[in-house]
Design a protein. Structure first.
Lengths: 182, 287
């Protein structure tokens, strides 16, 4: 399967998972309704995170915009998701260059994954970009820093949950995981 | 010129990135206005289609709660009806007294509001501005700014309409407060949401002398031209006195459970056009 088809399918899959399943789960970490903010885990940045390593930055920016706007359209939040996604699409190459053991041009046709990065660097890579994405998104969404403790809680809790869902996604939809468990 | 082109080539990615971010900011800035944006919202047909399909599936899980709320509403309507009619409607509904149309002293008001039911196909409580998507659109007569209520209380206001779908800005939004009054109609104020929890609305600026008890109801006023008066917003569950300006602040538990809405009513005000026209002409005269 060519890279284009693969990524297109992944795009549809991730957007549908995000919109039709995850957006319906309003997580509350304590069952007391007033105890903790509700939030939705956002896993759709994973599409940007899993693009092939050699993708040029300008293409990644456009894809980030398209992904963000698609999610925005579903959520009636014009531009907010797009803004956060474009930002991580821009930062991705630099973060990858810092974390990969070899130069980026030595991974032709590969995506960043657990196999060529190892679990810890991969989780750092995902976690860092997800945290940035969530920070920007919730800041823009709430549009005030009056209640900074609440904002920080929401960002950190959402980022951790998103990361958990990303790990689940990777275990479900990558071939390596299947072979290892078999 | 050469250095300029070199500069562009060197920083192309950065410039492109900044350009895209500016596009996003413009989009956000346009939604921050009250009118909302026309271009991107979940009332468009593609996302509406997906939400519809998804709702068909999830619909069944909420049937029990929906049944309960419908039963409650039936009971409430029955008791309200009983207050208007001299006849016990539950016992012998067939024999209610007919209105005497020939009586010329009797003024007949025709209904000012028209109610339409709509199914909720998408719902959120987690954002700072929450939207519902309903499976009714301009073809069913839904228009912008109509009020939406559930069987229990106020839900929100229609913001965007497409042919078959419409988005509703729910009460849980930080940009638009609702005009409200306390039980006896003694105090008027606005109810708004601070963007934190879907279970708490705030009513500020109540004078200290006003005695408020817990579980007092808060209703809408007829001040807004789209909103019928006396729709339940919620009940008071906490009172505090603000040191800052010595006023009371009431925390209100919304009557509607925003987490599991399935069906809502969209209210059309038939007199709205006439009223707007009158108010606008009055404003124009005073200028």
């Amino acid at each position: 399967m060519s890279d284009y088809v693969k990524n297109l399918l992944r795009f549809c899959l991730i957007i549908l998972i995000q919109e039709l399943i995850l957006n319906k789960i309003n997580l509350r970490w304590w069952s007391n309704p007033a105890g903790f903010p509700v939030f939705v885990p956002y896993v759709y940045p994973l599409f940007i995170l899993l693009l092939p390593i050699e993708t040029p930055v300008w293409l990644m920016l456009i894809l980030g915009l398209v992904t963000g706007l698609t999610v925005d359209t579903f959520n009636s939040t014009a531009g907010m998701h797009a803004m956060a996604t474009v930002l991580i699409a821009y930062l991705r190459t630099n973060v990858l260059a810092a974390l990969m053991p070899k130069h980026l041009s030595e991974y032709p046709g590969q995506s960043p994954n657990v196999k060529n990065m190892g679990w810890v660097p991969f989780l750092v890579y995902c976690g860092f970009l997800i945290l940035i994405h969530h920070t920007v998104f919730f800041l823009v969404e709430l549009w005030s820093v009056n209640n900074i403790a609440y904002l920080l809680l929401k960002i950190v809790a959402s980022a951790i949950t998103s990361l958990l869902f990303i790990v689940v996604y990777l275990l479900l939809f990558t071939k390596q995981a299947v072979q290892r468990s078999a | 010129m050469r250095t300029f082109i070199l500069f562009i080539r060197r920083f192309f990615n950065l410039i492109f990135f900044l350009g895209l971010e500016i596009v996003c900011i413009v989009l956000i800035a346009r939604t921050k206005t009250l009118q909302g944006n026309e271009l991107m919202n979940s009332a468009n047909s593609v996302s509406g289609y997906f939400y519809n399909k998804q709702n068909d599936l999830v619909y069944y899980f909420g049937l029990r709660q929906m049944n309960d709320s419908l039963l409650n509403e039936n009971a409430r309507l029955r008791s309200e009806l009983a207050a208007y009619s001299a006849v016990d409607t539950a016992k012998d509904g067939k024999t209610s007294l007919p209105l005497n149309f020939s009586d010329s002293t009797h003024v007949l008001h025709f209904a000012e509001y028209h109610y339409r039911t709509a199914r909720v196909i998408n719902n959120s409580v987690t954002s700072a501005n929450n939207y519902l998507t309903i499976a009714r659109g301009s073809e069913d007569g839904i228009e912008k700014n109509m009020t939406v209520i559930s069987s229990n209380g106020l839900v929100g206001r229609v913001e965007n309409v497409s042919k078959h779908f419409a988005t509703v800005l729910s009460m849980l939004n930080v940009k638009q407060p609702v005009s409200a009054k306390l039980k006896e109609g003694t105090t008027f104020s606005v109810v708004n949401w601070e963007g934190e929890r879907p279970d708490v609305l705030l009513m500020k600026g109540i004078a200290q002398e006003i005695k408020v008890k817990n579980n007092d109801s808060v209703y809408t006023t007829g001040y807004s031209q789209y909103l019928p008066a006396n729709i339940l917003i919620g009940t008071v569950f906490k009172k505090e006195i603000l040191k800052k300006d010595n006023t009371q602040q009431l925390s209100i538990r919304p009557a509607t459970n925003f987490r599991n809405l399935q069906y809502v009513y969209v209210i059309e005000n038939k007199m709205s056009g006439e009223r707007t026209q009158l108010e606008d002409s009055t404003k124009g005269k005073n200028k």
